[in-house]
Write a protein that binds this ligand. Structure first.
Ligand code: CO
Length: 466
């Protein structure tokens, strides 16, 4: 019997997010969903992450409607989403009520697997989401955000895996957002995890640094159960390794991927012109398609790189790019080695940018970094430089408990009702949650939807360009 290896397709979420800032509207993929349902994927990652924000902010799409549409066209494939634990899909902590509501509604609207992470690997921040996910009957996939630092050891990762198992997670994902996980490290880590816990091990990496496909192959050899890949037009660069080439390689080695090549070709044929369009309209910057081995030095994830380039270009300061890249590891050390994943990646990036642009380190602090230093994001993996805490907070002491936010749902319901023009009790729970997650974007979207009421949505809605 060939050993089974499962493949998750990321084109609708992470590949979309990593290559073109999550700007693919549903009309660009709705026609291929029925075909994707026949590919034999283990799961399709299609929701969460930046998709929710992007739907409301740029695409005039109801993210919940998008999920229901995907569900309708893919009845046989597990649908997967990415959730930032207590941050839900945003960049701050939300109330436990909001987290539970979001998880429950995501499952009700069609999600089967929720990949739940905390940027700092502070598991207190994913407890509530995991608990609600299990209650809702979905698979809770606990995450270890992979990063390299003197405080991130194999023993520490194994301990975290055991903790995820204790919490009731059915699978665990090694989330290597910065493409730092080398083939050898993947092999050693997956082996250690398989030997010490009974959870399914999922490996998620990016091709940014050129290691991706090699890393996945070694991870599979070490016993990984699931790997994340993207269909070729949306593979490589800051995205995932290519589905077709991994399938080809693994089958030669005698693995059973369960994938149907003819269907993969149809999916590829559909997405090739979509990619061409995004390259032509500039929403895919060719830079993100290239291999950048600097990442192995600077530990900068793809999304963070493209953000940095955009911000520095806006400030007319692209000449400072190298200096900012070089400052990032210094800031990271001062911050106690947080993994560079959203929102920490943006925060460390802004602090490094400020340090370089101002010309003096830590003269100014972005407000998110101040919150971080107060402990509002959770526990840092290592020790935060006490001089910087002192400089930022004076005599104020950082908090040690997990932050608890009061329930925002009742007030959000009233506000959403005012905008939509109905009674609070008539606002759907989904709309309330959209408003809680992104008030300004949800408000604009609700108004847009009211103005276009009665217009049959055929997924050819005129887009508002940002
Ligand atoms: Co990713």
């Amino acid at each position: 019997m060939p050993k089974k290896i499962n493949i998750t397709e990321t084109v609708l979420r992470d590949a979309n997010q990593s290559l073109c800032a999550t700007r693919i509207p549903i009309e660009d993929f709705v026609d291929i969903l029925d075909t994707m349902d026949k590919a034999g994927y283990y799961s399709v990652e299609c929701w969460g992450g930046a998709t929710f924000d992007s739907c409301l902010r740029y695409l005039n799409e109801d993210p919940w409607e998008r999920l229901r549409t995907i569900r309708k066209h893919m009845p046989n494939t597990k649908l997967q989403m990415l959730l930032r634990g207590q941050n839900i899909l945003g960049y701050r902590h939300y109330s436990d009520e909001a987290v539970r509501g979001f998880v429950r509604k995501a499952v009700e609207n069609g999600i089967d697997i929720i990949r739940i992470f905390d940027a700092l690997n502070d598991l207190r921040n994913i407890e509530v989401a995991v608990d609600e996910c299990l209650k809702a009957g979905a698979e809770a996939q606990g995450v270890m955000c992979y990063t390299k630092s003197p405080v991130h050891t194999l023993e520490k990762y194994v301990a975290q895996a055991k903790e995820l198992e204790r919490m009731g997670c059915q699978s665990l994902c090694i989330k290597d957002m910065a493409a730092l996980l080398s083939p050898k490290e993947a092999y050693d880590l997956v082996k250690a995890l398989k030997e010490n816990c009974s959870l399914k091990v999922v490996v998620h990496t990016h091709s940014t640094t050129g290691l991706g496909a090699m890393t996945l192959l070694k991870a599979v050899e070490a016993g990984a159960d699931v790997i994340d890949c993207a269909i070729s037009p949306f593979a490589s660069g800051t995205s995932q390794p290519c589905t077709e080439s991994m399938n080809y390689t693994l089958k030669q080695f005698g693995y059973d991927t369960g994938l149907d090549e003819d269907v993969l070709t149809k999916i590829k044929t559909h997405f090739a012109p979509v990619k061409k369009k995004f390259l032509e309209n500039g929403q895919i910057n060719p830079y993100v398609m290239a291999t950048n081995a600097d990442g192995l030095i600077y530990q900068v994830p793809g999304g963070m790189l493209s953000n940095l380039i955009a911000n520095l270009t806006d400030m007319n300061s692209m000449d400072k790019f190298d200096a900012v890249l070089a400052e990032i590891p210094n800031v990271r050390k001062d911050m106690g080695y947080p993994p560079l994943v959203t929102p920490l990646s943006q925060m460390v990036g802004s602090q490094a940018t400020v340090n370089v642009i101002v010309g003096e380190r830590y003269k100014n602090f972005p407000k998110e970094i101040l919150s971080y230093l107060r402990g509002e994001y959770g526990r840092a993996p290592g020790e935060v430089n006490p001089d910087i805490i002192k400089k930022a907070l004076g005599d104020e002491k950082p908090m040690t408990e997990r932050i608890h936010v009061p329930d925002e749902l009742p007030e959000a319901r009233i506000k959403a009702a005012e905008i939509i023009g109905c009674k609070p009790e008539d606002v759907s729970e989904e709309d309330v949650l959209s408003y809680v997650a992104f008030p300004k974007q949800a408000e604009d979207f609700f108004r847009y939807r009211e103005e276009h009421k009665g217009v049959k949505v055929t997924y050819a809605i005129q887009k508002v360009e940002d």
